[in-house]
Design a protein around this ligand. Structure first.
Ligand SMILES: [Zn+2]
Length: 141
């Protein structure tokens, strides 16, 4: 019984420590971002608009669309380049790996999904090569 209680309490303690360390790892928000944009009523509207109610990724997406970028997460389909090892199709991501899908043939009904890692060109089953590159980091305010 005591071992069970100890296991339960240590698990809860470990979980809370892990969450707090993740929150601290991202660091303070950039000073370039106006954290309160759209959150206060103006003469035009009495309550905050949808931008004012949004936070996190949704807010980033709304700010990007307001700035004219309709694809802030590079989710739109891209056309394959030449696809050889020397000239692979470049896919961008801010992360170390990204999942991509290749429609190998024009009339194909399935998508061939695979991970592409930075620094390692990847060949699809159809023979086309893909390479992951750094995505430009943009901040919107
Ligand atoms: Zn393919």
């Amino acid at each position: 019984m005591a071992a069970s209680l100890w296991r339960t309490s240590s698990c809860i303690l470990r979980r809370s420590l892990t969450i707090s360390s993740v929150r601290c790892a991202s660091g303070p928000p950039s000073k370039a971002v106006d954290q309160h944009k759209g959150k206060f009523p103006s003469d035009d509207c009495q309550i905050p608009d949808s931008l004012g109610h949004s936070v996190g990724v949704e807010r980033y997406e709304l700010l990007a669309k307001e700035a004219g970028n309709d694809d802030p997460f590079q989710m739109k389909p891209i056309k394959r380049a030449k696809g050889t090892f020397d000239e692979p199709t470049i896919v961008t991501s801010p992360n170390a790996k990204r999942m991509i899908g290749c429609i190998c043939e024009e009339d194909s009904l399935t998508i061939n999904w695979m991970y592409v890692h930075k620094g390692e060109p990847k060949r699809c089953e159809c023979g086309y090569w893909f390479k992951l590159a750094d995505a430009p980091v943009q901040e919107y305010n």
